[in-house]
Ligand binder design. Structure first.
Ligand code: K7E
Ligand code: CUA
Length: 657
């Protein structure tokens, strides 16, 4: 058994050699050649053909790029605070980052997925997982803002997430780590047979994309790594790769590599849905946050939920099967028709492809090869469609072009391999620079991929860019896949470490993009919708300032009567109703970030003045020729001072009510 470990080490050694020997072989015909440059050139003022939503990994963000240009448009904070947008800093969005562990302003975001209608990406929402403190977020693609985050109880390292079914009936969240369920104080050595792996199915509201945990399947305590939904004929099923079916709890690099095969778990979620709709399952006490942002109040609320419905898989016979799959599989990808389920054994040279039709035949004929914790195991040979003998090392992820071809990344040998569905023959291979993880074809996780480009996302760049100290950028590489052979067109750096990305034709999304928030729809409790509504109100040691901003002044702009020890709430409304006229505000000494407030929106920051004096605030977004004039003062007096609250509106001093 140690031999396998040695061969893993050998693979890793080879990978280092591969990386070091290719690192000087720059593809010098690269993007310099004019035909390639033309293919990625988007003329000034023109728009890209695709949006690409690229995960930021440990940055907890989602970056929005255009393809083919690789231009970066926006970085959306999801599980992270962001000073630029005040997300997680202002009072309105702080509740978004609430969890059962308190305020957690970061996470490790891996797999964005776009909502679908009838198996086609519809461009309404992006869902993305936070691994570390298990959460799933929803980003609204009319505003490109995070509008919902739900925590996943009984889960840890929320990695086989967050993929949607073909009508966005569900978003799934699968645990990577087996953990005690419910969590309790117990010896780690008693892992085997006692820890559980929860696969959570989040029901999606068809109206607003909102999520709610419908049920959690309490699977054996394997590590559930990746997942993809069935589609077409296999719609109603979900597939999850597992590793560590050994249920080792220490030195996993050796102890979880013992079995020649782990499993892909095939879950008939429709059957389980029916079971729970008929009263099946067991409610279990739980504690998890559900945070929702309301576009009308411009404010998020956080609700702690206390219960979750769990399902014991052995209670629903015929709902779950294990598909033996070689060598600790990572990627789990389903072809556009739903027939092929691709499992990439990361310690393997081959890519294993299972057939859904064969799987159903084996199930119907009850041809099983034993069981694991009561879950039937199918025969490897019975369900195998074929395997791709590629000659690459360390396959990770596969996408499809919708024309009968698949593209698999090989981490160890740093390449993308194109192969044919059905014949399994390798058609082309191109190097990546270097150590590619995921790849993305727009619409790749759907029944209808838009197979014009593939975007490969690399973990290591070494010499590809100007050096920036010890930490260098990760990157993405764009290949043209319209021909028989792939053609590398472009390299561009990414924000954070990209794992998966999701892409979509731009016109599906762009036409729905919001330009402003309508002032008359603003229901923020502290909104001032005209300058006449601006005011300053003291309530004990709290002071609430309902402030407005418009080119190029604040109302009020001078405020007196604030005292050291006060808690001063600036509720600031942008009165503009024109596209692309945000204003910002920042207050000296405030540890809340500046607020960048969109037309029609209200945001709040809190300032707790520590020092007596006259302190300025100013607009932080260059909004007009008189932007530098957009400023004001707050007079801070000692605690207990008799200076009354007063403020200036339109040059007139006003005394507070
Ligand atoms: Cu990076 Cu999908 Cu989290 Cu593979 S995972 S690379
Ligand atoms: Cu408002 Cu600058």
């Amino acid at each position: 058994m140690k031999t396998l470990f040695k061969s893993v080490l050998a693979l890793l050694t080879i990978s280092l050699m591969v990386v070091s020997c290719v690192q000087n072989s720059n593809d010098s015909s690269g993007a310099l050649s004019s035909s390639k440059a033309e293919k990625v050139y988007v003329a000034p003022g023109e728009h890209d053909d695709f949006y690409a939503f690229v995960s930021g990994g440990f940055s907890g963000q989602l970056a929005v790029y255009g393809l083919p240009s690789g231009r970066l448009f926006k970085v959306i904070p999801v599980f992270s605070v962001d000073a630029e947008k005040a997300y997680g800093f202002n009072e309105e969005t702080k509740p978004m980052l609430n969890t059962s562990h308190g305020f957690i302003p970061w996470d490790d975001a891996h797999h964005p997925d776009i909502s679908q209608t009838n198996g086609v990406v519809d461009g309404r929402y992006v869902y993305i997982n936070g691994n570390n403190t298990p959460r799933i977020a929803k980003i609204d693609l009319t505003t490109f803002e995070t509008t919902e985050i739900i925590e996943i109880p009984n889960s840890a390292g929320n990695h086989s997430s967050s993929y949607v079914t073909e009508n966005t009936e569900y978003v799934v969240a699968g645990t990577r780590f087996g953990v005690p369920v419910p969590q309790r104080d117990m010896p780690i050595a008693e892992y085997k047979g006692n820890f559980k792996g929860a696969l959570s199915f989040l029901k999606v509201d068809p109206e607003d994309g909102g999520m709610d945990i419908k049920f959690q399947i309490l699977m054996p305590g394997f590590d559930y790594d990746k997942a993809h939904p069935g589609r077409g004929d296999s719609h109603g099923w979900f597939f999850f790769t597992t590793y560590n079916s050994e249920e080792a709890h220490s030195l996993l690099e050796v102890n979880a590599s013992q079995n020649d095969k782990d499993f892909i778990a095939a879950v008939n979620w429709k059957k389980i849905e029916e079971y729970v709709n008929n009263g099946g399952g067991k409610k279990m006490p739980a504690n998890y946050a559900h945070n929702v942002y309301d576009e009308h109040t411009h404010t998020a609320t956080s609700t702690m939920k206390k219960e979750v419905l769990t399902v014991d898989p052995t209670e629903v016979p015929g709902a779950i099967y294990f598909l033996p799959t070689p060598k600790s599989p990572h990627g789990c990808d389903v072809s556009p028709t739903g027939e092929y389920i691709v499992g990439s054994g990361k310690l393997s040279a081959d890519v294993t492809v299972h057939s859904f039709t064969k799987m159903m035949d084996a199930i119907n004929n009850k041809k099983f090869d034993g069981d694991a914790y009561g879950i039937p195991i199918l025969n490897y040979e019975d369900i195998l469609a074929g395997s791709v003998k590629s000659g690459g090392l360390g396959p990770l992820h596969t996408e499809f072009d919708g024309k009968g071809n698949a593209y698999t990344t090989f981490f160890i040998s740093s390449e993308v391999v194109k192969w044919k569905l059905g014949t399994w023959e390798v058609i082309d291979r191109k190097p990546t620079y270097y150590s590619v993880g995921h790849l993305m074809i727009p619409g790749g996780n759907s029944g209808q991929p838009f197979g014009k480009y593939v975007l490969a996302m690399n973990k290591i760049t070494k010499d590809r860019y100007l050096p920036t100290g010890p930490e260098v950028t990760q990157s993405a590489q764009l290949y043209d896949i319209t021909g028989e052979k792939m053609e590398l067109l472009l390299d561009f750096p990414t924000v954070g470490e990209p794992h998966y990305a999701a892409g979509i034709p731009a016109d599906i999304v762009a036409k729905n993009s919001r330009k402003i928030f309508r002032l008359e729809e603003n229901q923020h409790p502290y909104a001032a919708k005209t300058e006449a509504e601006a005011k300053v109100v003291r309530k004990g040691n709290e002071v609430h300032i309902n402030m407005t901003m418009i080119r190029s002044h604040f109302a009020p702009d001078n405020i007196e009567g604030i005292q050291v020890g006060d808690k001063v709430y600036f509720h600031v409304t942008n009165l503009e109703q024109d596209y692309d006229v945000p204003h910002g505000i920042s207050m000296i000494g405030a540890n809340t970030s500046e607020l960048l407030i969109m037309p029609g929106q209200t945001e709040t920051f809190v300032w707790e003045p520590k020092q007596v004096g006259v302190w300025p605030f100013y607009c932080t977004d260059f909004c007009s020729a008189l932007h530098q004039e957009m400023q004001g003062y707050v007079r801070v007096s000692p605690k207990g001072s008799s200076v009354p609250i007063s403020f200036t509106l339109d040059d007139d001093a006003v005394d507070a009510e």
